[in-house]
Design a binder for this molecule. Structure first.
Ligand code: SF4
Length: 230
């Protein structure tokens, strides 16, 4: 592991050169981002977005629309989103109920809270832990934080930011601490970084057997260098 962390902006530029400019997120609305997270389970990003678009089309994506939609309308979406579609209908309704009861149906007020309270409020919803809460705050351009999914986190640990700890939360915080001083205070850059790190984790820096030979940043990667020197 190198004594000083690698250059994050440089690495993100190299990933952007390799993968191309990421397309814009399908939504930047906080409630829709929660629905997107919950409408599908263990499916590709494309399939998740298809399920979400179907939800928009047949049931609507406002809390009151989810609560008043027929089960069959929501099922059209959740059936596209993988196993146990009926359970996800109930979950989407629970999410809508929390939004109505605790936030008057409008989550935009949450985004104006101080950062810790905003995260705490978002974590009331199913499937939203600290990383997803940070992603929502980033995609809604509320706070310049680099929320990371498990792919992005794995990539950064391998590159040499922070280290693997006993549990996911501790690793997440160690990585956040390690990258903090290198984050650009620029939403476009942060959103691109989130998407590119995720893409890299899914396509090349896979959990098992990463495809390091094809990796555009291998010469700057602590994991690769350590492996090569053995
Ligand atoms: S060299 Fe290998 S481990 Fe390092 S970032 Fe690339 S794919 Fe991941």
């Amino acid at each position: 592991m190198p004594a000083t962390p690698p250059d994050l902006p440089k690495l993100i530029s190299m990933l952007a050169a390799h993968y191309g400019k990421p397309r814009s997120p399908i939504t930047t609305d906080p409630f829709e981002l929660i629905l997107l997270e919950n409408v599908a389970y263990l499916v590709s990003d494309e399939r998740r977005e298809e399920a979400f678009t179907t939800l928009r089309q047949y049931a609507g994506t406002k809390p009151h629309e989810i609560l008043s939609a027929a089960d069959e309308s929501i099922l059209k979406a959740t059936r596209l989103g993988g196993m146990h579609p009926e359970q996800r209908v109930n979950r989407l309704r629970e999410i809508a109920l929390i939004a109505m009861n605790e936030f008057d149906g409008d989550l935009r007020q949450v985004l104006k809270l101080p950062l810790p309270k905003a995260k705490q409020a978002l974590r009331k919803f199913s499937s939203i832990g600290e990383p997803s809460a940070e992603k929502i705050l980033l995609f809604t351009r509320s706070y310049p934080v680099l929320g990371l999914d498990s792919n992005g986190l794995r990539v950064l640990v391998r590159l040499g930011f922070g280290e693997e700890k006993k549990n996911y939360t501790a690793t997440y915080r160690a990585v956040q601490e390690a990258i903090r001083d290198q984050l650009k205070q620029n939403y476009d850059w942060l959103i691109s970084a989130h998407i590119l790190l995720r893409q890299h984790g899914k396509e090349l820096c896979k959990t098992n057997a990463p495809l390091c030979g094809k990796c555009p940043v291998k010469k700057r990667c602590a994991y690769f260098m350590t492996r090569e020197s053995r």
